[in-house]
Ligand binder design. Structure first.
Ligand SMILES: NC(=O)c1ccc[n+]([C@@H]2O[C@H](COP(=O)([O-])OP(=O)(O)OC[C@H]3O[C@@H](n4cnc5c(N)ncnc54)[C@H](OP(=O)(O)O)[C@@H]3O)[C@@H](O)[C@H]2O)c1
Length: 318
């Protein structure tokens, strides 16, 4: 299948930026659809990148924007919703349905859809349930359409600009004691560049057509172990106090009220489902996923490997 023109929805986001950079580096022509031009401005400087600003809820404009594209990558997703707007349903279900229709109209060849690990119809959170319905919409529509789909379900994704280990690092920097909700929640973090690589590789990899893949890194951690990992990377000692289930719920309830969205009760519910893989990393992508140990310390501390080596020597008095 010859894919040259790729439209990326959610290109301004954390994973999207890596996907766009990789597509450009591999010579694809990229059309980024963004609701706010400002957020994707830096990407528009890359070669063969076109930036289209539009409201994705406007189905006519969306259909028009997918014209003449060979493939579409949908990375649009949210972690928090304003209940009255039913955002999860709108962003994770109605939008994929609309994208699928627009792919039909424009005779697009490929649709890559990014869901989340542990997304199941019976999952404990509205986020995961909506992601499961979105996957089903893509698979069912794809079975009747000319385009071939692939769904990716990553565990939590880490990388220099992630909003998870960096948030832990900020908390660790300022709080002498950490009151940790859901300390036993389990994750198998995957590196953002590995996620971007499988997405781009899958575009013309016929074995991946019509399939869904769970994506995990090489190691499993509990939430507490992740905090300890970041403490260690930052060379900080912090007292971490585990909260029980009852207190974890009330911590989420309280944090939900803050103007900055750090954690919601729905996020707390998501953590009741293990975000770990039952199987090995899919071998067809020919990637060995990177470990947190190899990647995280440098971006958490802002030190390069050379500076880190120097620091170790200084500490040992040499
Ligand atoms: N990061 C993870 O750990 C992780 C783990 C599992 C699954 N995923 C899934 O992977 C996908 C990408 O995640 P990410 O970490 O890159 O997320 P992100 O950084 O929050 O980016 C989300 C993207 O979606 C766009 N977006 C959100 N709501 C929108 C709306 N109503 N209309 C139009 N655009 C909207 C954002 O646009 P703006 O820039 O304008 O806000 C941004 O481009 C999501 O579907 C997410 O659920 C992520």
């Amino acid at each position: 299948m010859n894919i040259r023109k790729v439209c990326v929805l959610g290109g301004s986001g954390f994973i999207g930026r890596h996907v766009v950079h990789l597509l450009c580096a591999q010579g694809y022509s990229v059309r980024i659809i963004a609701r706010r031009r400002e957020r994707a401005k830096a990407l528009a400087m890359l070669p063969r990148v076109e930036l289209v600003e539009l409201d994705v809820d406007d189905s006519a404009a969306l259909t028009h924007a997918l014209a003449q594209q060979d493939a579409v990558i949908n990375l649009i997703g949210i972690l928090h919703e304003r209940k009255r707007d039913r955002d999860f349903e709108r962003v994770h279900v109605a939008l994929p349905r609309q994208i699928a229709k627009a792919c039909d109209v424009n005779r697009v060849k490929r649709l890559i859809h990014i869901s989340a690990l542990a997304a199941e119809p019976s999952a404990p959170s509205a986020y995961l349930r909506s992601k499961a319905i979105g996957e089903k919409v893509v698979a069912e529509t794809g079975a009747k359409s000319q385009w071939r789909y692939t769904v990716f379900r990553p565990s939590v994704v880490f990388g220099a600009e992630d909003r998870f280990l960096n948030l832990f690092a900020t908390l660790i920097k300022f709080a002498p004691i950490i009151f940790l909700g859901s300390p036993k929640a389990r994750f198998q973090p995957i590196y953002v560049q590995d996620v971007a690589e499988v997405i781009v590789k899958s575009l013309s990899l016929s074995e991946s057509f019509g399939k869904s893949y769970d994506l995990c890194g090489p190691e499993r951690y509990t939430l507490r172990e992740l905090f300890e990992f970041v403490c260690h990377a930052m060379d900080k000692r912090r007292m971490i106090l585990n909260l029980n289930d009852y207190l974890s719920y009330w911590q989420a309830w309280w944090l939900e009220k803050l103007p900055i969205k750090l954690l919601s009760r729905d996020n707390y519910n998501s953590m009741k489902a293990d975000s770990v893989c039952d199987c090995e990393f899919p071998s067809i992508f020919d990637i060995r996923p990177k470990s947190m140990q190899a990647m995280v310390p440098d971006y958490i501390t802002g030190l390069t490997p050379r500076m880190r080596g120097r620091q170790r020597l200084d500490r040992s008095g040499r």
